[in-house]
Ligand binder design. Structure first.
Ligand code: ZN
Length: 180
């Protein structure tokens, strides 16, 4: 749960980062920006700001804004009825983002949010700078963390409902609840 004030402040700050990154978005897209605290109530540690540029029943183009050091919690996109699961490409636009996925652990100490060791299980680090991208195969766990200036990235994906995304942390609630 976050307060209405926190929600509005986060939208404003993320919109400024979008402009800095040179992303043109309509006022309506900014107003519809998702500020996700994942039900954990500490947005600036574990959270994400997400602008949807395009979405159909089959594809989605989004911009993810992460504040300095903000972590988008570990999750995977499980298979659907007739689909192997959401396939996602993330591409750096501005700032630096560390992407963690399966593979030989190469994470630096102190990166995982304090006390959450068991909830961040994939630890192979890839650093994405602007213009660099990587594919996250369907069903594979992944999580992101912004560098010290924050990060703006594209997420291009096939769309299966976000509601079925599986977060490693059972306490995650994907839909943001706003207090008051
Ligand atoms: Zn994902």
């Amino acid at each position: 749960m976050i307060t209405r004030h926190e929600f509005a402040q986060a939208q404003k700050r993320a919109a400024a980062m979008l402009r800095k990154a040179g992303i043109v978005a309509a006022d309506r897209e900014i107003a519809d920006m998702d500020v996700a605290d994942f039900g954990l109530g500490r947005l600036h540690i574990e959270g994400a700001q997400i602008v949807t540029l395009a979405q159909t029943e089959r594809i989605a183009a989004r911009v993810i804004v992460l504040f300095p050091g903000q972590t988008l919690p570990e999750h995977r996109h499980p298979p659907g009825k007739s689909d192997p699961g959401k396939e996602e490409v993330v591409r750096g636009i501005w700032g630096t983002v560390r992407v963690y996925a399966d593979g030989q652990p190469s994470i630096a100490p102190g990166v995982i949010p304090p006390g959450k060791d068991a909830l961040y299980t994939v630890r192979h680090e890839t650093i994405l700078k602007p213009g660099e991208q990587m594919l996250l195969p369907p069903g594979d766990r992944h999580w992101f963390q912004a560098g010290k200036d924050g990060a703006v990235l594209y997420s291009f994906s096939t769309l299966l409902s976000d509601a079925i995304d599986e977060f490693t942390n059972p306490q995650v609630v994907r839909k943001t609840r706003i207090e008051g």
